[in-house]
Write a protein that binds this ligand. Structure first.
Ligand SMILES: *Cc1c(COP(=O)(O)O)cnc(C)c1O
Length: 431
């Protein structure tokens, strides 16, 4: 780890905490972050030449693994013709056509440059359309670093939120109401209390940023019904779940029609792309057609569009998602069987090709407050053991892992064995 350590020492002189995004800093698992040199397929190599099987996959975007030939070729050939024009390009149409003709839940789309921007713009759109201000979000859902959504629950049920970051005026936070996930009663109380003021209910339909808190379909359907009844827009933040649990994301998985969908991660093939989409009517409120302003110098960047299109085209191949899901199921069931045989308090949750290593005895964990408190403590040795074995997971026990199409059966077999040994190690340390 000498080279990574040296690079991190330098980086600390340049960047706050030595990183350009906080979770990369290894704070929750200890040690120094690993600096990567290259990736190909399911494998990555660090600055010291160590090789790993990667289950972080850039936190989700790399559903084909690293540097897939089709995406690299799209990037190189598009970039060679000029990387940005600040004017429309054919590549934007191509990616939009690919998405809209294979995703029945949206009719029109606007490309932006990150998931944060997508969520932020979707909230503004919902406020513009409804003429209302308040937002309901759910405890444990992450929607990027949007001011209105970096908010935690205030004290008491269905109260106005307080900001969870410095630099956000309390006046903004007060426009957001935070309720627990999967709790119909708490949600109904919030809607009742702020009836007529709520513009949008924003949810990760598959919450995957604080563990993997798989929701009861009944709960999501309830949100849909109440939003329709109350004239509230239902925003599915599918930045992680979009194109991941199927091409139509969680909307297709649950068969629920949201009013607005936010995308990011996979949509850009590893380049910075986000998007939001809705019906043609709702999208007609966006500038220049309508009064809701939203713009971007590099929005719809042709290189990024071409990368996204190359990746999404691969996702549309027959059997693509079936294979991913089988691989993930295989990894999780092998590790779970070992944990059960040894009597460990441990569960591998998964949906599609998203999995979460959870130190929980419950068969379902659907809310933030159901995540066991010692999760972070147990994840640290587990993570470090896996690094030694050449398996890379995102450096936090509250983050999920991803299986990519590039993971081979051998990769999965090797990783499953390594996970089992990492569990033995973790529980021998923490008896
Ligand atoms: C990653 C993520 C975001 C933020 O996207 P960025 O590209 O990091 O800004 C928003 N919402 C969800 C659900 C995410 O997983």
């Amino acid at each position: 780890m000498e080279a990574s350590k040296a690079l991190f020492e330098k980086a600390k002189m340049y960047f706050p905490g030595g990183v350009n995004s906080p979770v990369r800093a290894f704070k929750s698992v200890g040690g120094t972050p690993i600096f990567f040199e290259k990736g190909k397929g399911a494998h990555v190599w660090d600055a010291d030449g160590n090789q790993y099987i990667d289950f972080c996959c850039s936190w989700g975007p790399l559903i084909l693994g690293h540097a897939p030939d089709a995406v690299v070729e799209a990037i190189v050939s598009t970039a060679s013709k000029g990387s940005s024009f600040g004017a429309p390009t054919r590549e934007e149409n191509e990616l939009a056509d690919l998405i809209l003709s294979n995703h029945k839940y949206i009719e029109k789309i606007r490309f932006v440059s990150s998931g944060t921007e997508a969520a932020m713009s979707a909230i503004r759109l919902a406020r513009g359309v409804t003429g209302r201000n308040k937002v309901i979000k759910f405890e444990g859902c992450y929607h990027g670093h949007v001011d209105a959504l970096l908010v935690k629950a205030g004290s008491g049920l269905a109260t106005l939120g307080t900001s969870s970051s410095a630099g956000i005026p309390e006046a903004y936070a007060k426009e957001t109401i935070v309720v627990p996930l999967n709790d119909i009663q708490a949600f109904d109380e919030a809607v009742e209390k702020y009836r007529g003021d709520i513009a949008v209910v924003a949810i990760e339909p598959i919450p995957a940023n604080n563990g993997l808190l798989i929701q009861d379909g009944v709960f999501l359907k309830h949100l849909r019904e109440v939003c329709t009844r109350e004239g509230i827009l239902l925003l599915f933040d599918e930045v992680i779940s979009g194109f991941r649990v199927g091409f139509e994301g969680a909307s297709g998985y649950y068969g629920i029609q949201p009013d607005v969908v936010a995308f990011g991660k996979i949509i850009g093939g590893g380049m910075p792309v986000g998007a939001y989409g809705s019906t043609a009517e709702v999208m007609s409120h966006v500038a220049p057609e309508g009064p809701v302003y939203q713009a971007g110098t590099l929005s719809g960047n042709p290189v990024a569009m071409a990368a996204g299109a190359a990746q999404l085209r691969a996702c549309l191949q027959p059997g693509f998602y079936e294979r991913l899901n089988e691989m993930t199921e295989s990894l999780c069931s092998q590790v779970q069987a070992h944990a059960d045989a040894k009597g460990y308090v441990f569960r591998m949750f998964h949906v599609g090709s998203i999995f979460w290593v959870s130190f929980s005895k419950e068969k379902a964990v659907r809310r933030m407050d159901e995540i066991p408190e010692n999760s972070g403590k147990l994840f640290a040795p587990f993570h470090h053991f896996l690094l030694e074995k050449g398996v890379y997971l995102g450096p936090s026990g509250y983050e999920v892992g991803f299986v990519s199409h590039a993971h081979s059966n051998e990769d999965i077999t090797y990783a499953a064995q390594a996970f089992c040994e990492a569990l033995d190690y973790t529980f021998s340390q923490n008896q």
